[in-house]
Design a protein around this ligand. Structure first.
Ligand SMILES: Nc1ncnc2c1ncn2[C@@H]1O[C@H](COP(=O)(O)OP(=O)(O)OP(=O)(O)O)[C@@H](O)[C@H]1O
Ligand SMILES: [Mg+2]
Length: 631
């Protein structure tokens, strides 16, 4: 492994140890060099002093050529271990005596060299003059010393230096081991954080900060950078999720819109196809007294089948139908609506649960503030009823059904000055839940997982209702986890007040003077009686002309009609002419048109002129009440 690839801890240790070792080496070698030089100088000094002493002591022996004395003087050198040998030359340069006396003559220079000392072949050699006091030269002393002392000393110093290097390296190692952490720890912590980020894409990790030095600043900057990346990542993820959700919602809307178009076309064609069959069956049954029992039975079966188809088509219509432009939305109290729906459906789910021998408990969690939205009460009620039925179906083993209302701020403007933007009503169950596929497709008409038991039109109708109310539908569900379906109605900009009577009871409206025009006497009678039961002052008129006459007469009197309900298809003077006659004298009087074709016409936006509201035949009491309540 190269130095670059070493872990930072080892790198730091290597740097510290290497540096201290090099420094010690330089210091030791400087000392050794110095010692070497000074020791050589002092060796020369010492030997020359010794030489001088010996030379002085040898003066007499040389002067008298006394070999014994001379030998004795040289023998004193025995005390100096490093003196290898020495000799004295006489005045003529001849070898006079040798030290040690046993050494051979060949070990000595044959003649004395110039005075002075010098190093030669690992030895220090020198020649010193032996002179008399008067300065007369008597001979020469030769002395040769080995450099053992120098080498001994150098060896000792070398050993000390090595020991010092080893010892100080150990100390440096121990110290640097401890101290390098000051640098390596923050770097390692940074490296660990960086690794966590790159390995796991985890931007929530933070490196630990150990101080305020440059590494501390680096750590702080790194952490801040991570924080920013994390925040940006989060924002990006949120934007992506929003985008995906929006994309899914748009795709779903597109699909449902296409389905709506298709359903509308099919419904139209089916209606056209079954109309003559229905009419003929009905007229045969009514007008042919001589039908055999079998024919009558067949015709009745045909008629029932046609009614079933018509019923399905009219439910399907709820899915794609647009909101009638002239429809006046009235304030609806969701809290009261929830209570009503629970009461209305109670029999159904209690029976169902009883049959299966299980228990379904209900909970109502109503918002403190009355959740008032603008809408068509009957449609909202029907939607909630559908949701309750679905919830009950989803709990074959029993469970809890919860209906909840709440006011919710707009999620898109969350954080800004908040005003509740939606009134929500949700139906939750603790049932089987939906898988992804079911959740995605449950709003489609005819999508059902209930086989023969379900038409798959319930949620499609809820969806149609929500679309007509510009409302949103949210579905939370997972297999085994129950289902919550939330309907979010946009709240009007200004709070709506609840008009007296509306919502308090089941759609009671104040008593009105009503003109009912129809050519069908049976219908006219039943309509008059029903509305009179509701507390209205009802005047029937059979046929268009009779209706116009009655209206004009009342207009001239002091008791004009508050509202006119007329049939569309009447011989001679039809509903359109009645409506235009009414509006020409009293444009403010509402005209409701009752028709068997109203559905198709309204769907295609063909509401006749002068008509305020289309009502379908057979008229539903609830629709009538609602219509009259809006007057
Ligand atoms: N609360 C719920 N829990 C589980 N699944 C549900 C729930 N509500 C709806 N679904 C699923 O959505 C499908 C469609 O529901 P929808 O109400 O449109 O039709 P349906 O209930 O099957 O038939 P119908 O309403 O005509 O009786 C259901 O078949 C069911 O699979
Ligand atoms: Mg259903």
């Amino acid at each position: 492994m190269t130095f670059e690839n070493l872990p930072i801890r080892q790198k730091l240790m290597a740097i510290v140890l290497g540096t201290s070792a090099v420094v010690l080496l330089i210091v030791c070698s400087t000392f050794l060099g110095y010692e070497f030089v000074t020791f050589r100088q002092s060796s020369v000094q010492q030997l020359s002093t010794l030489g001088e002493i010996i030379a002085t002591n040898s003066t007499a022996a040389l002067a008298f050529s006394n070999r014994d004395d001379a030998t004795e003087v040289l023998a004193a050198l025995a005390a100096e271990h490093h003196v290898v040998n020495a000799c004295l030359y006489d005045k003529q340069g001849r070898l006079f005596v040798r030290y040690p006396s046993s050494s051979s003559e060949a070990a000595f220079p044959s003649a004395p060299g110039p005075d002075g000392y010098h190093f030669m072949a690992g030895h220090l050699v020198g020649f010193a003059p032996v002179t008399q006091v008067q300065g007369q030269r008597l001979g020469t002393l030769y002395i040769k010393s080995d450099l053992g002392a120098l080498y001994d000393r150098l060896r000792l110093y070398g050993a000390i230096a090595i020991l010092a290097i080893i010892g100080s390296s150990l100390v440096a190692f121990t110290l640097s081991r401890k101290l390098q952490q000051q640098i390596s720890r923050p770097i390692l912590s940074l490296a660990a954080a960086a690794r966590a980020v790159s390995d796991r894409q985890d931007y929530s990790v933070r490196a630990r900060r150990f101080g305020d030095d440059e590494l501390g600043l680096l750590t702080a900057a790194f952490n801040e950078m991570l924080g920013r990346i994390e925040a940006q990542n989060l924002a990006l993820q949120r934007a992506y999720d929003d985008l995906r959700q929006t994309q899914q919602a748009i795709t779903q809307q597109e699909r449902l819109r296409a389905l709506g178009q298709m359903a509308s076309g099919i419904a139209h064609d089916i209606n056209n196809a079954i109309s003559p069959a229905s009419l003929y069956a009905e007229s045969l049954l009514e007008r042919e007294p001589n039908l055999s029992a079998r024919t009558r039975e067949y015709l009745t079966t045909i008629q029932r089948a046609i009614d079933d188809v018509a019923q399905t088509v009219s439910r399907l219509r709820e899915f794609y139908r647009q909101r009638e432009p002239q429809l006046i939305l009235i304030p609806v109290n969701l809290n009261q609506m929830v209570e009503q729906v629970v009461e209305l459906t109670r029999a159904h789910w209690e029976d169902m649960a009883q049959q299966r021998g299980v228990a379904i408990s209900t909970q109502m969690d109503l918002s403190f503030a009355p959740a008032l939205v603008l809408g068509v009460e009957s449609e909202i009620r029907e939607a909630l009823t559908n949701l309750v039925f679905n919830a009950v179906d989803a709990m074959p083993e029993g469970g809890t059904l919860t209906l909840r209302t709440s006011l919710a701020p707009d999620r898109n403007t969350a954080g800004q000055a908040e005003r509740a933007a939606f009134a929500g009503v949700e139906v939750s169950d603790t049932g089987v839940g939906m898988d992804e596929e079911t959740k995605r497709r449950c709003l489609e008409p005819f999508f059902t997982t209930k086989g023969e038991r379900g038409t798959g039109l319930g949620l499609a109708m809820v969806y149609g209702m929500m679309r007509r109310h510009d409302a949103k539908i949210e579905i939370d569900s997972a297999p085994g986890m129950g289902t919550t379906i939330r309907l979010l109605f946009p709240l009007p900009e200004t709070a709506v007040g609840l008009p007296a009577g509306v919502g308090a009871g089941p759609l009671a409206s104040s008593p009105l003077r009503v003109l009912v025009v129809d050519d069908d006497l049976v219908l006219l009678k039943s309509l008059t009686a029903t509305l009179a039961d509701e507390g209205h002052d009802v005047v029937p008129a059979q046929g268009g002309q009779a209706g116009i006459d009655a209206f004009l007469a009342a207009q001239a009197s002091d008791r004009p009609f508050a509202v006119v309900i007329t049939d569309l298809g009447m011989p001679n003077v039809d509903g359109r002419r009645v409506a235009s006659a009414v509006k020409s004298v009293s444009p403010g009087t509402p005209v409701f048109m009752l028709t068997g074709w109203g559905q198709g016409m309204a769907a295609e936006g063909e509401v006749p002129q002068h008509v305020d509201l289309m009502l379908t035949k057979p008229p539903k009491l609830r629709q009538l009440r609602e219509a009259l309540a809006s007057v």
